[in-house]
Design a protein around this ligand. Sequence first.
Ligand code: ASP
Length: 325
Amino acid sequence: MQSLSSDRVVLVATGGTIAGTAARPQDHVGYTAGALGADDLVAAVPALQGLPLEAHTLARLDSCDMDHATWHALARCLAGHLARPEVAGVVVTHGTDTLEETAYFLHRTLRATKPVVLTAAMRPATAASPDGPQNLLDAVTLARRGTAAGGEQPQGVLVVLGGQVLAGAEVRKVHGYRVDAFACGDAGPIAVLEDGVLRRFRAWPAPPAVRADVLERDPATWPAVDIVTSHAGARGAVVDALVAAGARGLVIAGTGNGSVHRLVLDAARRAEAQGVRVWRASRCVLGGVVGSPPGALPSAGPLTPAQARVELLLDLLAAGSAASA
Ligand code: ASP
C-alpha cells in the first residue's frame, strides 16, 4: 500500500481527438486532432483545479500516425515518473484510433505496479457536448484512487472511457463514431466509475513479465513487422512486396479462426523460407485464434492482429538481443 504522501498524478498528453479542435461545435468529424496541449486539457476540467497534478505535452499526434519513436519516448517518460515516490499514478491522453496498440505496448514494456491510465475522446474538445473532460476526470480519479482513505490502489495499464475501466491488454476499439467505442470482448470491463465512485467486478491486471529492456534499444533499429489481411480475392504479392521492403515479421489478419487464403499462405511460406517470422491472427472483431492444427502457421492465440504485431516485434527484439549477446 502506498503512503498517503504519494498523491501526485502526472498527465502526459500525446494528441488525439480529446485535444482536437473543430471550426464549429456541431463538427464531430473534420477537426484537427492534437491541437491542444496538456495544460489546455486540464484547464477545461474545473474539478481538476487544485489537485496535485503535473501536465506535460509529449506529442500532438493524430494517433493514426502513431510511431515507434513516440512509443519509445512515451514509455521511457512514464517509467521515469512511475519511479518517483511522490507519484501515485500516471494518465496518458491519446487518440482513440491506435489507443489499443499503445496500451498493449505499454502493458508489455512498463512495470506498472502503479496505475497507468490511458484515456481519450470520440468528440473534439470544441464539441457542444465533448466526452473528453469527463473521461480525463475519471482517469485522474482512477490514478489517484490509492490516495483516498480506504481506496485500494489500482495497478497495471488501464483504459478509461465512457465510465468503463478496461484492461490495456484486452481493450479493442469496436466502433468508429460512438462515444462508447471501446470494449474488452468476452472479458468485459474491470470496473465502472459512476459519479467518481469505483465499482470493481474483477481483479486489477497482474503485471506480466515485462520487456523493459526494449526501451534501451533505439527505435530506429527495431525490426519492421507488418500486418497483412487475408480476404476474398487476396494476392500473395502483398506479402512478397513487404518481404522485399525489409519486413522481418508479418502478422496475417486471417479470416474466421485464423484461416489464410491459399495464395497468401503460399507467399507466407516463401517469406518463412527467407527467415521472416509469420504469425496468423483473426480479423474477427471479437475472439482470437483457437487451436493450432498441424502444419498451420504459428497462432497469435487470443491477440488481435495489432497486439500480435507488438508481441512479434518484442519477440524479434529478444531474438536479436540473444543473437548479439
Ligand atoms: N484520429 C483520432 C486519433 O486517433 C481519433 C480519435 O482520437 O478519436 O487521434
